[in-house]
Design a protein around this ligand. Structure first.
Ligand SMILES: NC(=O)c1ccc[n+]([C@@H]2O[C@H](COP(=O)([O-])OP(=O)(O)OC[C@H]3O[C@@H](n4cnc5c(N)ncnc54)[C@H](O)[C@@H]3O)[C@@H](O)[C@H]2O)c1
Length: 377
């Protein structure tokens, strides 16, 4: 079958991962890239041997079936809406929008036009996270009762070339990193029913130390330290600590505690890792992730770590799902539920109360065992 033709809007840092991922795939083919900054589109086009076009031309191109929106969070909803109005399916980077109220019209418009919306993160489809999902589903740790999800660092202004958006609405540790953790928790445990939290902002100004903007300051609009509790419809509750005010710590990214044992789940910002489980208080045993696709390391990070980075597989799953008429896993419905949860952390803190989550969502289907793109059939 011919690959699905896609166009990418937003040619910044993350676009390389998608352009490289698309070049490896037989399911999608990039026809054009566009950016509000024409020079950014030209640069990526030359690097990845595709064509650069103005945003309007990309949207008007009848060959393009899926628009991949890799703009900053403030542009996610407006650019997605324009693509939907142009009759395109949309797959976008997280979060779905800067806030729930902005995302809802995007989902309604897509539904009215019979178009699909998919939204990162797709990391939960990675081999290590699917191994955790399979283990939970067969009762490896019994009934999940509690857990802890942790992201602690000192922010983004020391590495990203243009980090201001991370401190504007739609950014901050909750909206930027929370999607990885909350989405994986929904994959493992099902939908969230309630959120309770305390949020704070340690500093209203952050100094950029990365080039080319080193020396400039960023005005911080969002909480940068959030501690909260997610209550799940299945009865489990999970504590969540997300902060960009922490220099060093010794906590693990994700743990689940069940009636018959515990699970150490790897960092859901990546696709691989070494998930471990115990039976009751026995020794930790490694889960075998080898039977699952998309868990093997394929990239070295800035800090020299070998990580599995298969960013794009959510888009591949959506492209295959459109062809076969099945639901796609990395869906807008899942992202809308997650966004309501993310917004609820700040709301709970400001309003001093529990926030009940109203958007329904189902656990996405597991990826079949196997290897490569056959699993999307
Ligand atoms: N950088 C990462 O490592 C990373 C990782 C995962 C996810 N993401 C997510 O990907 C998205 C983009 O991040 P990034 O780091 O690539 O940002 P970036 O600032 O490097 O790139 C964003 C690009 O979008 C363009 N843009 C902004 N508004 C636009 C509009 N209205 N129309 C067309 N183009 C527009 C900008 O000119 C810029 O080139 C964010 O939502 C971010 O959370 C980034």
């Amino acid at each position: 079958m011919a690959p699905t033709t896609i166009g990418i809007i937003g040619c910044g840092s993350i676009s390389d991962a998608y352009l490289r991922g698309a070049a490896r795939s037989r399911l999608v083919q990039v026809k054009s890239v566009a950016d509000i900054r024409a020079e950014a589109a030209k640069e990526k086009a030359a690097e990845h041997m595709v064509q650069a076009v103005p945003v309007d031309a990309l949207l008007a191109d009848p060959d393009i079936e899926i628009v991949v929106n890799l703009t900053i969070p403030a542009a996610h909803a407006p650019v997605s809406l324009r693509a939907i109005e142009a009759g395109k399916h949309v797959y976008l980077e997280k979060p779905l929008a800067t806030r729930f109220a902005e995302a809802k019209p995007v989902m309604l418009e897509a539904a009215a036009k019979g178009l699909r919306v998919g939204c990162a993160p797709d990391t939960f489809l990675g081999g290590a996270h699917q191994a955790c999902r399979y283990a939970i589903d067969v009762g490896a740790i019994g009934v999940p009762i509690a857990g802890a999800a942790t992201v602690l660092s000192h922010g983004m202004e020391h590495w990203h070339p243009n980090p201001a958006f991370y401190y504007q609405h739609g950014g901050g540790p909750i909206h930027d990193m929370g999607p990885y953790y909350v989405t994986q928790l929904v994959n493992l445990l099902g939908p969230v029913s309630r959120v309770t939290a305390q949020a704070s902002t340690a500093s209203r100004l952050r100094a950029i130390t990365s080039e080319p903007l080193a020396g400039q300051t960023i005005a911080v609009e969002v909480p940068t330290t959030v501690n909260g509790v997610l209550s799940f419809a299945n009865g489990a509750n999970v504590s969540l600590s997300h902060s960009w005010d922490v220099w060093k710590h010794s906590r693990l990214p994700l743990e689940i505690y069940g009636s018959e044992g515990s699970m150490l789940a790897p960092d859901p910002n990546f696709f691989g890792g070494e998930p471990k489980v115990t039976q009751r208080d026995g020794d930790w045993t490694l889960l075998n992730i080898g039977a699952h696709p998309y868990g093997e390391p394929n990239r070295v990070t800035r800090t020299g770590a070998h990580v599995a980075d298969h960013r794009i597989i959510g888009l591949l799953d959506m492209a295959a799902a459109i062809r076969s008429g099945r639901p796609h896993r990395v869906s807008g419905a899942l992202a809308l539920h997650v966004l309501e949860v993310l917004d609820a952390f700040e709301r709970s803190s400001l309003e001093g109360r529990h926030i009940v989550i109203e958007t329904p969502c189902e656990r996405p289907e597991k990826l079949p065992l196997g290897s490569g793109e056959e699993v999307f059939a």
